[in-house]
Design a protein around this ligand. Sequence first.
Ligand SMILES: C[S@@+](CC[C@H](N)C(=O)[O-])C[C@H]1O[C@@H](n2cnc3c(N)ncnc32)[C@H](O)[C@@H]1O
Length: 244
Amino acid sequence: MTDPDPAWDPWTDQDYLRESQYKTDVNLSARQSVYAYQQPRIDLARATLSLAALGGAEVVADVGCGNGRYLAELARRGHAGPVLGADMSPGMLLAARSGAPRASLMVADAMALPVRDAATGLTLAMHMLYHVPDADRAVRELRRITRPGGQVIVGLNGTDHLRELRALITKALASLGRPPVRPREQLSLDAGEQLLRSQFTSVTRHDFEGQLRVPDAEPIAAYVRSRVPDAGPLVPAVLGALPA
Ligand SMILES: C[S@@+](CC[C@H](N)C(=O)[O-])C[C@H]1O[C@@H](n2cnc3c(N)ncnc32)[C@H](O)[C@@H]1O
């Protein structure tokens, strides 16, 4: 096994994301699972769609829909309007289907959405803009497909998101003589807010704060495997560095 080129950016390498990281929803599911230990528990799909205060008939597009948490929540609410899930990974759309039987699903790049202007009343881009090589272009697309007076909701992570877990992974990588993972995501919550303010006249920021208190090692191991390609010996190194 060789370590990846230090210049390689796994956050935005679209081929890696499509063909490996998000080929199926196994990695995303592992990361979603750790939030079962969040205190206070925040169901982000419910909280986000409650913020949108939909009437029920709107056209909704979920860009970078992944395995369909938000599409499933729309279905659970009985949203009657047309729902579109778009993702660049066919494997993720496959995973999204069971929770959203009525939604139209399409393979699409957020930077060039095959959707007409002003088509939606609500456009979501949840925890995906940091993967897009040109986030500015993607935000212009979100704006273009949303009707005037509609809403765009973007989800991003704060700079201290999972800070302790990331520090553990960095320390364990160093102990194995491997290069650190990138310390920060391509697009943080603060940077994303600035980007949105540059393109929209009205932006409201909602911070959801919580802590993860994970009672045993397996969810941490699953998280590490989901984040680091060729995690191999990294997993025992991280688990060995966990506080007693
Ligand atoms: C962290 S997951 C988030 C999934 C979902 N939005 C959620 O919050 O549960 C990121 C998703 O963005 C997708 N993605 C990454 N780059 C993309 C792009 N350029 N266009 C469309 N989807 C993209 C990935 O395939 C993946 O499904």
